[in-house]
Design a protein around this ligand. Structure first.
Ligand code: ADP
Ligand code: MG
Ligand code: ZN
Length: 474
């Protein structure tokens, strides 16, 4: 029997506004617990919320980037539930009139674009953070009132890989907009996954389960894979899937039941009486639309066309907006954008990673990097030396040219000198020469290695190889 999975994701994104959504407490991650709090976000009686307009702007930004309809009239609602992380015993959220609806996001599936519907995007406040210790729990109210967007997809995803792809694309878009860092480890992006299975060809959806407690994109994929197997096994045994919420245990790599439909909360939603409904003007929407940056997908395509780099390179470069900005600044002034791309996604990325910094903290300007790219492109230094020069540039702030000159790192390209090294290698290794002449053409690589060693890595390996082959054929 052939089965198909149906997946819909609910993603919460914390917005990086300066202050919280309904009070002027600082919105910051990692502060001393319970220091960014006030009577409003602690839910004291008699206090009134004041809406942070920036949250509305960010929500509209995200909505537009996800091709949504933006409501001209929207309101907040109370979602009631009782839990220690929620001092008011209700969360201010949006129920029937969300700020954004009916959008889509495109993902790449087997080389083709697929549209995944966005059901809605709504604004709400975060709850506090509970920290469970062995026999007690602690609560940090710094997080209450942190602005959130909940982004709900239609059940259009058909595999765990598509879900992974969707999350990757969504994260990239939101990061490009600059409204959240979407860091799952810090909890600024959180995801609940809804999943059901059905026989291929069926038009009705099966009963879904909802998986919570997912803390990485890989975790989402593994949890979905597990849940698909579990549901199929049940159905093939003639049993039924129960509609319930399940928790992913990363440790055990299984999902475990949390609560069934009968235990589901009745949130008793009603309109928030302490906040006025919001009218969103067309002007406001149009102004925000004008400020939208180029989206990652368009940028990837443009970079391929404009700079002649590969799809792969463009994908990697566009993962982060400031990385792509840096690339474009450098590519515009250097002699080979292709080589620039190559340098940035290999040697430079490795170096950034080693240093634990990102490109915005790199002290080398795009112009200075362009000089290094050009030295490489013109054959003045080879790829072994590039890394060394880059390190020196980072350590000393000197220019690539100066470093190459001072350290004598120029590629040995003097034919006479190279030939001397090549002949020496041939003389010293008669056995290898014999192998080569008896048809083991790969043996030449050993000789190339010897010459590279003799020149302390400064020869052009391609040239050395050609030279050696020429000498050996004689
Ligand atoms: P609920 O009322 O149970 O919260 P919603 O209609 O709000 O359900 O949908 C919540 C999420 O579940 C959405 O992302 C949606 O795409 C997804 N979803 C809905 N039905 C199914 C289904 N049968 N299988 C998988 N996902 C589903
Ligand atoms: Mg729902
Ligand atoms: Zn506050």
């Amino acid at each position: 029997m052939s089965w198909e999975s149906v997946i819909g994701l609910e993603v919460h994104v914390q917005l990086n506004t300066d202050t919280k959504i309904f009070c002027s407490c600082k919105n910051e991650f990692g502060a001393e617990p319970n220091t960014n709090v006030c009577p409003v976000c602690l839910g004291f009686p008699g206090v009134l919320p004041v809406f942070n307009k920036r949250v509305l702007e960010y929500a509209i930004k995200v909505g537009l980037a996800l091709n949504c309809k933006i409501a001209s009239y929207t309101k907040f609602d109370r979602k009631n539930y009782f839990y220690p992380d929620l001092p008011k015993a209700y969360q201010i959220s949006q129920y029937d009139m969300p700020i954004c609806e009916s959008g889509y996001l495109e993902i790449e599936v087997n080389g083709a674009l697929k549209r995944i519907g966005i059901k809605r995007v709504h604004m709400e406040e975060d709850a506090g953070k509970l920290i469970h210790e062995k026999d007690y729990s602690l609560v940090d109210y710094n997080r209450t009132g942190v602005p959130l967007l909940e982004i709900v997809s239609e059940p259009d995803l058909r595999s765990p890989d598509e879900a992974y792809e969707y999350l990757t694309e969504l994260k990239q878009i939101v990061r490009y907009l600059g409204v959240s860092d979407c860091d799952m480890e810090k909890g600024s992006l959180r995801c609940d996954a809804n999943i059901s299975v059905r026989k291929k060809g069926d038009t009705q959806f099966g009963t879904k389960t909802e998986i919570k407690n997912l803390n990485s994109f890989k975790g989402v994929r593994s949890a979905l894979e597990y849940e698909i197997r579990r549901q199929i096994k049940l159905l093939e045994a003639g049993e039924t899937v129960i509609q319930e919420t399940r928790l992913w245990s990363a440790e055990r790599q299984i999902t475990i039941p949390m609560r069934s439909k009968e235990e589901a909360h009745d949130y008793r939603y009603f309109p928030e009486p302490d906040l006025l409904p919001i009218e969103v003007s067309l002007d406001m929407i149009n102004n925000i639309r004008k400020e939208l940056p180029e989206m990652p997908r368009e940028r990837r395509h443009r970079l391929v066309k404009e700079y002649g780099i590969t799809d792969y390179d463009a994908n990697v470069i566009c993962l982060e907006r400031d990385f792509a900005d840096y690339f474009e600044s450098c590519a515009k002034v250097c002699k080979s954008p292709k080589r620039c791309a190559n340098l940035m996604i290999t040697i430079l990325s490795e170096k950034l990673n080693d240093l634990g910094i990102d490109i915005s903290q790199l002290k080398i300007s795009p112009n200075a990097l362009a000089e290094l790219v050009d030295l490489w492109e013109e054959g003045k230094i080879n790829n072994l030396v590039v890394k060394q020069v880059l390190e020196e540039m980072i350590n000393t702030g000197k220019s690539a040219k100066d470093i190459v000159e001072e350290k004598g790192l120029s590629q040995v390209s003097d034919e006479g000198e190279l030939e001397r090294f090549a002949k020496e290698a041939i003389e010293k290794n008669p056995k290898v020469v014999q192998d080569y002449r008896s048809g083991k053409k790969n043996a030449v690589m050993f000789l190339v290695g010897q010459v590279m060693k003799a020149t302390r890595g400064k020869a052009n390996p391609q040239k050395v190889r050609e030279l050696l082959e020429g000498l050996l054929e004689d």
